[in-house]
Design a protein around this ligand. Sequence first.
Ligand SMILES: *Cc1c(COP(=O)(O)O)cnc(C)c1O
Length: 228
Amino acid sequence: MIAANLESVRGRIARACAAAGRPVQSVTLLAVSKFFPATSVREAVAAGQTRFGENLVQEGVDKIETLADLRERLEWHLIGPLQSNKTRIVAERFDWVHSVDRLKIAERLSAQRPAGLAPLSVCLQVNISGEATKSGVAPEEVEALAAAVAGLPALRLRGLMAIPEPSTEVAAQRAPHRALRKLFDALRARGHGLDTLSIGMSDDLEAAIAEGATIVRVGSAIFGTRAR
Ligand SMILES: *Cc1c(COP(=O)(O)O)cnc(C)c1O
C-alpha cells in the first residue's frame, strides 16, 4: 500500500516536472509520517524513501529513536511549530527545520546544535496567505530575518517554506506559491545562497511544482488518511 502510494506520488511529481519543463531531480519528496507509526516509516524506507517530515517534536524524536538503526540513511525534517523550550532536542536530533519564524528560535537552535554535527538546515516559514494561522513570519519581515539567520554559525539557511490556505482550484493554489517564489527570488538577488522552496502537499503538489517548489511535503497521499 505505502509502496504503491509512493510510486504514484513519484509519478505525479515526474508529470508535474515534465509539464513545467523542469528536471525531475529538481524536486525532492519529503514523506510526512506524522501520526503514523515507525513501522510505516520502515515500509516507506523499504520502498526507497529516505527523507521524512514530522510535525510534532516529541513524536518525531520518538520515531527517530525507534528507527535508530536507520539513522545514517535517513534525513529527518521538523515541519511543525517549534517552541523555545523544545529547541535543544530538535538541534540535537533533526537534520532540517522548515518552521523557523523568529530570530530567538534560530539563535537557540544554532547555540544548541552539537559541535560534531553538520550545520542544521533551516527554512523560514512565511505566513504567505496572511490568514488566521499565526505561524510564519510576515512577508515584509522575511528579508531582515533572513539576514540575521544567515549569520548564525551552526545553521545553514536553505530557503522558504509556507502552508498556504487550502484551495481546490489550481489558480488559487498557485497564487500563494508564486508569492513565496517572488520572495525567494528577491532574497537570492540580494546574495543569499538559497536552494529550497518548501511548498506543495498531497492536494497541491502540481501547483507548487509549477511555481518552483524544490521540496514537496506529502503525507496522506503516501501514508493514507490520518486519524487525527
Ligand atoms: C501534515 C503536513 C503536510 C502534509 O500534508 P498532506 O496533506 O497530508 O500531504 C505538509 N506540511 C505540513 C507543515 C504538515 O503539517
